[in-house]
Ligand binder design. Structure first.
Ligand code: ZN
Length: 90
């Protein structure tokens, strides 16, 4: 992924910015000349959480998917038991 800054061809590192642009942004923010909220609004920087979610390791993603599938299966299994019980009552 390329840095979000139009004139910059470096590789994005954090929040969609390369290390150099991120450092520049940091300096401006520290000086009180801008904020992350403004940079996010302008589409220059990505919100931290979103960027992290996007950058999550493939293995973590795969494991989380398995976890979710297990939860759904468990839910469905519980529902089946419930339905069978209801049938028995009738
Ligand atoms: Zn850059």
């Amino acid at each position: 992924m390329k840095c979000n800054v139009t004139d910059c061809d470096r590789v994005a590192h954090t929040r969609g910015l390369c290390k150099r642009c991120y450092t520049s942004a940091h300096v401006w923010i520290r000086k009180g000349r801008t904020t992350w909220a403004v940079l996010e609004q302008e589409g220059i920087a990505f919100p931290r959480a979103r960027f992290h979610r996007r950058g999550r390791a493939p293995l973590t993603k795969a494991l989380q998917l398995i976890e979710e599938m297990r939860k759904v299966k468990a839910k469905n299994a519980a529902r089946m038991v419930f339905m069978t019980k209801n049938k028995e009552d009738v």
